[in-house]
Design a binder for this molecule. Structure first.
Ligand code: NDP
Length: 375
């Protein structure tokens, strides 16, 4: 028999050798929601490298990038990552499985995997160039995976990894924040009410920072409940006006983009190492539009000239990016288990309702995360 019991009492197949196909939501071309297709015959993932693990997916989180990728966002850049030698025909990424967050159970480990065993409960953020979590199983590198917080259900755990590793990469790796250097720092989070914002507020608050956020008026109580010290309603008029009246900031995380760059850098303390980190960058659009080589040149030129312009005014301008990291998730798990961070699940959908889950994310105005229960 292929069946074994997981710690949470669910049935789990002990070997992928038993299976060749699995249920999944896939797309066969880029487009609107109609391209989403349910199949019982998606290819079962295969361990290709000895450091990989196969995870049985119990819950999958959706992010705005899933909606964007459904429409073809990042196709050029991600194809290069999937097939660096450009051997395969264009379109070889299909059928493509979306879904960037996973919470589930390890089902099989490659020969070099030491840190995990079959049946361990894990969570991970799946890089956009890999097959996603809207499927019964997914294959990942062990260094992208982490043991999930014990105190969370799979649904709750799937609300965290992608936004958390993005916020970690932007705030820690790019912004230089650490748990021991945040006390007395003033941090502004532009766009506090969505997935990244609700996580980032809790993280820097747990590290002792003073946190100001911008959001719609109807999200004020919600954000104060997550720890925001000061909330500014961006729908009440030009938000830069009330923000300019406040004491200046040590770090700004921009989840909004648009015209924020025009005014936000003036809100930083000059000549003190203060940083503006934006998550809304033209990197993928450039490579989609101009091709990978020219797009990367254009991107490098743009970011270098902006960084230099702002450096001359005494502030640092940076782009932040999602980065998969099991070790960051290990630290985040400890913060969750210590009750410093809680998951914010706005709405849960069943596996048969994946198109409705995409509609929800596409409508915008998120207040936390949208999660799909897979099994
Ligand atoms: P969400 O869709 O979960 O959240 C966006 C939030 O912003 C919503 O709550 C929305 O609520 C609010 N909002 C919209 N306009 C404004 C505004 N002008 N001022 C303040 N708040 C606003 O997105 P995520 O949190 O997942 O992602 C945030 C951004 O970061 C996205 O642009 C995403 O593409 C980007 N990102 C980039 C990554 C990278 O690698 N560079 C990785 C992950 C995310 P409401 O409209 O009701 O106010």
């Amino acid at each position: 028999s292929c069946a074994a019991q997981t710690p949470c009492g669910r049935l789990l197949s002990t070997s992928s050798r038993c299976r060749t196909v699995m249920p999944a939501w896939v797309i066969d071309k880029y487009g609107s929601n109609e391209v989403l297709r349910f199949t019982k015959n998606a290819s079962f993932p295969i361990i290709n490298y000895p450091n990989e693990v196969i995870v049985k997916v119990f819950a999958a989180g959706l992010n705005p990038i899933d909606v964007a990728m459904r429409g073809g966002y990042g196709a050029a850049t991600l194809s290069m990552k999937r097939d660096p030698l450009n051997i395969k025909q264009s379109g070889s990424e299909f059928p493509l499985v979306l879904g960037r967050d996973v919470s589930g159970v390890i089902m099989e480990c490659g020969l070099d995997v030491k840190y995990f065993r079959e049946r361990d409960e894990v969570w991970a953020a799946i890089p956009p160039w890999k097959q996603g979590s809207l499927a019964e199983f997914v294959v990942l590198s062990a260094n992208e995976v982490s043991h999930k917080p014990k105190c969370l259900s799979h649904i709750e755990a799937a609300a965290i990894p992608y936004v958390a590793t993005t916020a970690w990469s932007a705030l820690v790796n790019t912004g230089g924040l650490r748990k021991d250097n945040c006390a007395n720092k003033r941090i502004l989070i532009l766009g506090g009410s969505g997935g990244v914002g609700t996580f980032a507020v809790q993280m820097v608050k747990a590290w002792g920072a003073h946190v100001t956020v911008t959001c719609s008026q109807n999200a004020e109580r919600f954000l104060r409940g997550l720890g925001a010290d000061h909330v500014v309603d961006y729908t009440a008029g030009p938000v830069e006006e009330p923000l300019s009246a406040l004491e200046k900031f040590d770090l700004i995380l921009d989840n909004v983009g648009g015209d924020t760059e025009r005014w936000a850098l003036k809100l930083l303390k000059p000549w003190s190492g203060s940083k503006f980190v934006t998550l809304v960058t033209p990197f993928m659009q450039n490579t989609d539009r101009l091709g990978v080589a020219d797009g990367m040149m254009q991107t490098a030129a743009t970011v270098a000239s902006k960084a230099l312009k702002h450096l001359m005014k005494g502030v640092h301008y940076r782009w932040g990016f999602f980065a998969p990291s099991g070790s960051a998730l290990d630290e985040i798990r400890d913060m969750v288990d210590a009750k410093q961070i809680r998951p914010v699940v706005e709405e849960t959908f069943s596996f048969s309702q994946v198109p409705q889950a995409f509609e929800k994310v596409e409508k915008g105005h998120a207040r936390g995360k949208t999660v799909v229960q897979i099994s």
